[in-house]
Design a protein around this ligand. Structure first.
Ligand code: CO
Length: 360
């Protein structure tokens, strides 16, 4: 039996900035191996696992992305500080005063984003937000040569946040750096475990994509590799249940169950799929939430645009403080998301798939 909690912690702790998902891919591969009939990677590194259905049967694609927001070494200054490039959408404020792991050929190097000591700041300076281009990592190097030769740091080396996942004060909440989208990946793995011995009238593809945070790049190629009939993308949702966020901006709450994005700036879901998922949740007694966001962007958008188009939907695990060193999810929501996706898959049949694809 899969231990969901320990899987979540392991997934969040693995470093995997966009394009450098190796450590995450290894975990997903090991976990999925005994649940599926084949495992392949496409030319960009997305992992495509397949649980076979009958020959020529439809293809259901589940996806979740392996990468997290990170940084990349831009250059090393002569006095040994690291200037960096953002990989994915960081707020400049979230970058400051944090620990980071630089993934070098010699192994992980710890660095911190230092901030000027307030004692010497003018009143004006104290009120200002520092711009990303003025920031740097301090790795304790004596100079450039020391950073290069002793620590093995080179331009282009990926950098992941350093922040160990942990249960928050004995609650059902879990703190971690990478719930976007390791929460979705955990759901993907747990669903494949739960259906491993079930004979289904269709193929189920479990796809762990790369480079979502820099523009849904892995979902693009893997959707073409699979050419699905129906797509379910599993993502981290935007919780709006803490001070400073209005209901208008985000409607999901932690412990309210999984959610469906009904609008984000990258896609509109197929409404027949919305209704199917809603009915399935109702019948199973799973609380389901809806979220309409003005912004965002996620892999479901690429799935629905591949080839002639695919009915697709984005299902989420509500998450607080996305794209920071410390995001929060609820284990209860993850469990309910697994149950919901599993129910959706076991309820789907060929007739239903045909009707979802029918626009008459
Ligand atoms: Co994401």
């Amino acid at each position: 039996m899969l231990n969901l909690e320990s899987l979540l912690l392991r997934l969040s702790n693995a470093p995997g900035p966009p394009g450098f998902e190796n450590a995450v891919r290894q975990i997903v591969k090991n976990e999925l191996d005994s649940y599926v009939d084949s495992l392949e990677t496409d030319g960009m590194g997305s992992l495509i696992a397949l649980k076979n259905g009958p020959p020529d049967s439809p293809k259901i694609m589940l996806s979740a992305h392996m990468d997290e927001v990170g940084l990349l070494v831009r250059y090393i200054t002569s006095d040994g500080f690291i200037k960096f490039q953002n990989l994915g959408g960081w707020l400049d404020q979230a970058l400051i005063g944090q620990r980071w792991q630089i993934m070098t050929s010699k192994g992980i190097v710890l660095g911190i984003t230092g901030i000027k000591t307030p004692h010497i700041m003018s009143v004006e300076e104290r009120g200002k937000v520092l711009k990303g281009e003025s920031l740097f990592l301090d790795v304790g190097a004596k100079n450039k040569t020391d950073a290069e030769e002793r620590l093995g740091i080179r331009p282009g080396d990926p950098i992941a946040p350093s922040s160990e996942a942990t249960i928050l004060n004995k609650s059902e909440f879990i703190l971690g750096k990478a719930w976007d989208d390791r929460a979705g990946l955990a759901v993907l793995i747990a669903v494949m475990e739960s259906i491993k011995d079930t004979n289904l009238p269709f193929h189920v593809y479990a796809v762990a994509t790369v480079q979502e945070e820099v523009g849904l790049r892995g979902a693009h190629t893997s959707s073409y590799a699979v050419n699905p009939d129906i797509g379910l993308n599993l993502e981290s949702g935007v919780a709006g249940d803490y001070p400073g966020i209005s209901q208008y901006e985000a409607q999901e709450k932690l412990n309210g169950g999984p959610a469906i994005f009904l609008h984000d700036s990258s896609m509109l879901p197929n409404l027949k799929l919305r209704d199917f998922v809603t009915e399935t949740a109702d019948k199973a007694g799973i609380s389901l939430q809806f979220n309409v966001l003005s912004g965002y962007g996620q892999d479901g958008a690429e799935m629905q645009k591949a080839f002639e188009g695919t009915p697709a939907i984005n299902l989420t695990v509500p998450t607080r403080y996305l794209h920071s060193h410390n995001s929060i999810i609820s284990l209860e929501d993850v469990k309910l998301a697994v149950k919901l996706v599993e129910k959706c898959i076991s309820t789907l049949d060929l007739k239903l798939i045909e009707s979802l694809k029918n626009f008459d």
